[in-house]
Design a protein. Structure first.
Length: 161
């Protein structure tokens, strides 16, 4: 059976290596801040969930961009968080981002699916903290660490060849 990470490396718009980009990482952190600002100004439950999720997603994507990893598949991006960035993120944080992704999908595409207020409130509190954490990771990442992470990813993507 093919490993999920290997699968993510083979699909269209899945995981690929690009040049590490500090400038683009900063731009994604800015997008995350804008999503948080929007989250604070709206009252609609569904849109607060959506903006909280995207604040977290853009924050995580900034970390990947700093390393030089591109991935347009949200599930694969979260898998990278779990598997490649486990020195930076706890399993609970990865579960929260995955649950936020599911809640965002439910809120945007399924009118009959109700997201509990308790989860929504927790997500809204967690999103700003997650942005701060990712900003620290982006700012503190050395070229040596980037090289190590890129090497680990290259090896993981080759496992089934």
């Amino acid at each position: 059976m093919m490993d999920q990470l290997v699968w993510c490396g083979r699909i269209r718009n899945g995981i690929s290596l690009t040049a590490p980009n500090e400038t683009l990482a900063s731009a994604y952190l800015k997008k995350a801040e804008e999503a948080l600002e929007t989250m604070q100004t709206i009252t609609a439950h569904d849109w607060r969930i959506t903006t909280a999720y995207y604040a977290m997603y853009f924050s995580l994507y900034a970390v990947l961009t700093r390393i030089g990893i591109r991935c347009e598949n949200h599930a694969c991006t979260i898998l990278l968080m779990e598997r490649l960035l486990s020195d930076y993120f706890t399993p609970a944080e990865a579960r929260l981002v995955e649950k936020a992704r599911g809640a965002r999908v439910d809120a945007q595409y399924y009118v009959s699916r109700e997201i509990p207020d308790l989860f929504c409130d927790g997500l809204i509190r967690a999103a700003p903290r997650f942005l701060v954490k990712c900003t620290g990771i982006v700012d503190g990442m050395s070229e040596k660490v980037i090289g190590v992470l890129r090497g680990r990813l290259t090896e993981a993507l080759r496992e089934e060849e």
